[in-house]
Design a binder for this molecule. Structure first.
Ligand code: WA2
Length: 268
């Protein structure tokens, strides 16, 4: 009887963990797909129309009305690629100067990525050079070199919540799938991205599921296997003896590995 009770409990743990991993991965995937569509929207209406048929108000309105398509993103934005030689005319035309993510006037850089369009929920990044933050900068460079969606490691977003940033590159010309890195960089117009507010939005997602009270869920970025980075949940004390189950997660960036660990909450 005891053996049966244990295996029943383990079965429950496995199925609850798999259900959560599948839900999180699916909601992540639909959010990424919709940001991809937004990158195409910017390419179509900002770059293929002269003059551009897109402005901040139109972008913000469309982003707000389609936010249901991106359940795990706190907001989306478009940052323009500005090389230093064009900085002055860009600032004159915009009527503001490029600032760092610490809200200081930007020092001289080779190039900048100031946000020109943003969803209202992340309006605090408007005008900020997204290359001034280490994680955002790495994402920008990696996305434009590959032409693909990329994710940062988990870090404290400007909202002060733990999360990751997703970036898609937007190019001026159509590039073939085998275009060289150098040509990709040259053709880069800007970056469409958003913040996965994992801390608050995954909490919401899990709260709706049966069994939430008895389960402890953690998500880790395990790209570097010997240094797992916490992406969701609270750090489990070392040497915790309670049985756990691990589910692999695929968030669509082949350079990053993630997994979910589930345990039963120790009953008092
Ligand atoms: N968006 C929102 N909050 C953030 C953040 C971010 N990046 N970085 C830190 N906190 C416009 O890759 C281009 C969005 C960056 C895209």
């Amino acid at each position: 009887i005891r053996r049966t009770a244990i295996s029943k409990a383990e079965e429950g743990l496995v199925s609850m963990c798999e259900e959560r991993a599948r839900m999180l991965q699916d909601q992540f995937a639909v959010s990424v797909n919709h940001v991809h569509a937004l990158a195409i929207l910017v390419a179509t209406f900002h770059y293929e129309k002269h003059p551009p048929a897109l402005d901040q108000d139109t972008f913000a309105d469309y982003a707000a009305r389609t936010s249901f398509e991106r359940p795990l993103l706190s907001g989306v934005a478009y940052a323009l690629r500005v090389v230093h030689a064009d900085r002055e005319s860009f600032e004159r035309q915009q009527g503001w100067i490029i600032k760092t993510m610490k809200h200081e006037p930007s020092p001289v850089q080779d190039e900048y990525a100031p946000v020109i369009y943003s969803q209202e929920t992340v309006s605090y990044i408007e005008g900020l050079d997204m290359m001034s933050g280490e994680e955002d900068r790495e994402n920008i460079l990696r996305s434009r070199a590959s032409g693909k969606a990329v994710l940062t490691r988990p870090f404290r977003l400007m909202s002060n919540h733990l999360g990751v940033v997703l970036t898609f590159p937007v190019y001026l010309d159509d590039l073939t799938a085998d275009a060289k890195e150098e040509d990709r960089v040259k053709a880069t117009a800007g970056y469409l991205g958003g913040a996965f507010d994992v801390e608050s939005l995954v909490e919401n997602l899990l709260r709706q599921l049966a069994g939430n009270q008895e389960l402890v869920v953690n998500v880790y970025d395990v790209t570097n296997n010997s240094n797992p980075l916490l992406m969701y949940g609270s750090e489990v004390p070392l040497g915790n003896p309670s049985p756990s189950h691990i589910c692999m997660l695929d968030f669509g960036d082949p350079c990053r590995k993630h997994h979910m660990i589930c345990r039963y909450r120790n009953k008092p």
